[in-house]
Design a protein around this ligand. Structure first.
Ligand SMILES: [Zn+2]
Length: 137
């Protein structure tokens, strides 16, 4: 069960990771912490590049780290930004790939929860793996 204590720990982990964000262009550092069903937490930060399209978001860094360690079942993703900004569309789509029930907690730099919702709520009518199946040509 996801207790308030666990939520606070995730927000703290995301907040601590945020210091390592590489965001010299946007000056918008983001930290993320992803709790998986195994109980492990994977953090992530945004990593920008002078070639802007190659920039990667904190949320996807955390997800990719988890997946690269064999994790695919996610419980909760905490995201911390200065002002509680929401995950971008690309991150929402990648989150949806691994399940619509994952809880997303969005907090500001003070650790205050700004929003709390499921991936399904963040991505209504998501394009899902099933959409690539059951296609009659
Ligand atoms: Zn993103």
């Amino acid at each position: 069960m996801l207790t308030d204590e666990i939520k606070t720990q995730l927000i703290q982990a995301a907040s601590e990771a945020r210091q390592w964000a590489y965001a010299p262009y946007s000056n918008y550092p983001v930290g993320a912490a992803l709790l998986t069903a195994s109980g492990r937490v994977y953090d992530g930060v945004n990593v920008e590049s002078a070639a802007f399209p190659t920039t990667m978001c904190a949320e996807r860094v955390a997800i990719y780290k988890a997946v690269s360690e064999g994790e695919r079942n996610f419980v909760t993703l905490a995201v911390v930004t200065a002002n509680g900004g929401s995950p971008c569309g690309s991150c929402r789509q990648v989150l949806a790939e691994f399940g619509l029930d994952t809880l997303v907690i969005i907090a500001d730099a003070e650790g205050k929860i700004v929003r709390e919702m499921t991936v399904g709520e963040l991505v209504p009518v998501a394009f899902m793996p099933e959409d690539l199946r059951n296609v009659s040509s």
